[in-house]
Write a protein that binds this ligand. Structure first.
Ligand code: GRF
Length: 197
């Protein structure tokens, strides 16, 4: 059983999916940290009996904020950290300290469409396919090796919200599956590559 920490900033629907999947999964979420007070994901965690913590980033250097995250995660005995709608860029030091044990979900088919405003850009580029990726986190933003992806069609008349909802639905299946692979040791980060066994 791997002990999981989840970092969030908002509604936490992916956190909800990870919680729902944990009853027959090789992991247990032991701590949810939000940098935003009142984030709805905190309510989801509390309702599931999971410990929560708010650590604000305001008025702190990136390193000081990340140092507090690190301390809280280690104090809770966390082994793997999942970013789930966590809207802060982590320092290189944090990413290195958790290398191979830090994953994120991003609403595009990485390496395409890193960063923000993904769905707007996908629609503007008239793509006919988009999707979601779970990837190892490395210092460079959204650049880590991909663990798992799921695709969705993009319709000609899609709004960013409609596309976001379609992508989100597959995220909720993809994240628990990818986390299971990681917890079971079926995927590891080796020399900057995701290696499957
Ligand atoms: C998701 O689309 C995820 O891919 C991105 O942020 C969004 C978070 O949504 N990183 P939620 O808070 O999990 O509902």
């Amino acid at each position: 059983m791997k002990r999981i920490g989840v970092l969030i900033s908002g509604r936490g629907s992916n956190l909800g999916a990870l919680i729902a999947a944990q009853k027959d999964a090789p992991y247990k979420i032991v701590l949810v940290i939000s940098n935003i007070e009142g984030a709805y994901g905190l309510t989801r965690a509390s309702e599931a009996g999971i410990a929560t913590k708010v650590i604000s980033h305001k008025g702190k250097s990136r390193e000081a904020f990340d140092g507090e995250l690190d301390m809280a995660l280690r104090a809770a005995g966390v082994e793997i950290v999942c970013l789930a709608g966590f809207m802060r860029i982590l320092s290189d030091g944090f990413a290195r300290a958790w290398e191979g044990k830090l994953v994120n979900i991003h609403p595009s088919l990485l390496p395409a469409y890193k960063g923000t405003q993904v769905h707007e850009r996908v629609i503007a580029a008239r793509e006919n396919q988009s999707g979601a990726s779970v990837h190892f986190v490395v210092p460079e933003l959204d650049a880590g090796p991909v663990i798992a992806q799921a695709t969705v069609p993009v319709h000609a008349d899609d709004s960013p919200d409609a596309l976001a909802a379609r992508v989100l639905a597959v995220e909720h299946k993809l994240y628990p599956e990818a986390l299971r692979l990681l917890c079971d040791g079926k995927v590891t980060l080796q020399k900057g590559l995701a290696v499957f066994s």
